[in-house]
Design a protein around this ligand. Structure first.
Ligand code: CAA
Length: 271
């Protein structure tokens, strides 16, 4: 359900196949309250359900961002956490883990458009996305140790995967903030754009580029990478072999290979 009225804490806009999902709590710098986590779960489930040939693939890519111009997301909600008992906190962390796994398995690209602060849970939300585009105003960090906390929405796993163990340890143990240029150098951000307008234009252009490809193949590639990451080489290759086999069951694979041989452009249908 992409009806914006369904969500208390998110804004949804579907234009030309790009779903822009904006966390909309600017007064709290878009902190991921329990309500936001629940809305994210609902929204990504709806996107997942729409990604079929029968539904017409209305969403070809997602941009995740934050409202207000100052923050992407400034973290988990510190006010709510301050009075949580350990079991409630564990449930809170696990429910956001569920959201991040949903994002990773989604068969369309998800780009985090980071303009302003992406701290703690905000950095972790961005890390669950396929790639991060940052404006020059972006700031990243895992400041949990300043609060007597540790990363709880996936940072201990996905930050080392993205930037390597050394830099991830340093960021997590110091709670240090880094700017967009440093995020680019570390491979945390894929690209840095001058401002918010350029950031969104670049994200849309990349989604458009990917949308010209066979959707089931893009989805299989995503699932293959998500499934293989963190596994042994042998297990990862098994997952890749399954995805490779699966591609041969699609009409688009026949179309893509035939079009190549006939020296014409492929017309993909998402079947
Ligand atoms: N949770 C709840 N409220 C938050 C918040 C958060 N993570 N971050 C900011 N806010 C609120 C502030 O409390 C403030 O509210 P009031 O106006 O009601 O006082 C409002 O947003 C604006 O924030 P500031 O006045 O602090 O703005 P600033 O420009 O002075 O500073 C900032 C900006 C450096 C980002 C600062 O807000 C900050 O340090 N925020 C917290 C960042 C953080 O520690 N994030 C990690 C949270 S822990 C976590 O995420 C755990 C996990 O891994 C799951």
């Amino acid at each position: 359900n992409f009806d914006p009225g369904t969500y208390e804490t998110l804004e949804l806009d579907l234009t030309d196949g790009v779903l822009t999902l904006t966390v909309n709590r600017p007064k709290a710098l878009n902190a991921l309250s329990r309500e936001v986590v629940s809305d994210l779960w609902k929204a990504f489930t709806a996107i997942q359900d729409s990604c079929t040939h029968d539904a017409g693939w209305p969403v070809r890519g997602v941009i995740v961002t934050g409202a207000g111009g100052k923050a992407f997301v400034a973290g988990a909600d510190i006010r709510q956490m301050s009075s949580m008992d350990p079991d409630t906190a564990s449930e809170y962390g696990r429910s956001m883990h569920g959201v991040t796994l949903l994002i990773e398995k989604l068969p369309v690209p998800v780009i985090a458009a980071v303009d302003g602060f992406a701290l703690g849970g905000g950095c972790e939300l961005a890390l669950a996305c396929d790639f991060i585009y940052a404006s020059e105003a972006a700031r990243f960090g895992q400041p949990e140790v300043n609060l007597g906390l540790v990363p709880g929405f996936g940072g201990s796993v996905r930050l080392p995967q993205r930037v390597g163990l050394g830099p991830a340890r340093e960021l997590i143990y110091t709670g240090r903030q880094i700017d967009a240029a440093e995020a680019l150098r570390l491979g945390l951000a894929n690209r840095v754009l001058a401002d918010r307008d350029e950031l969104f234009a670049a994200a849309r252009a990349t989604i458009g580029e990917i949308a010209a490809k066979a959707p089931l193949a893009v989805g299989l590639a995503k699932q293959s990478i998500a499934g293989a990451t963190g596994r042994s080489t042998a297990k990862g290759l098994e997952i890749e072999a399954d995805a490779f086999r699966e591609a041969f069951t699609t009409q688009d694979m026949r179309e893509g290979t035939t079009a190549f041989l006939e020296k014409r452009s492929a017309v993909f249908t998402g079947k």
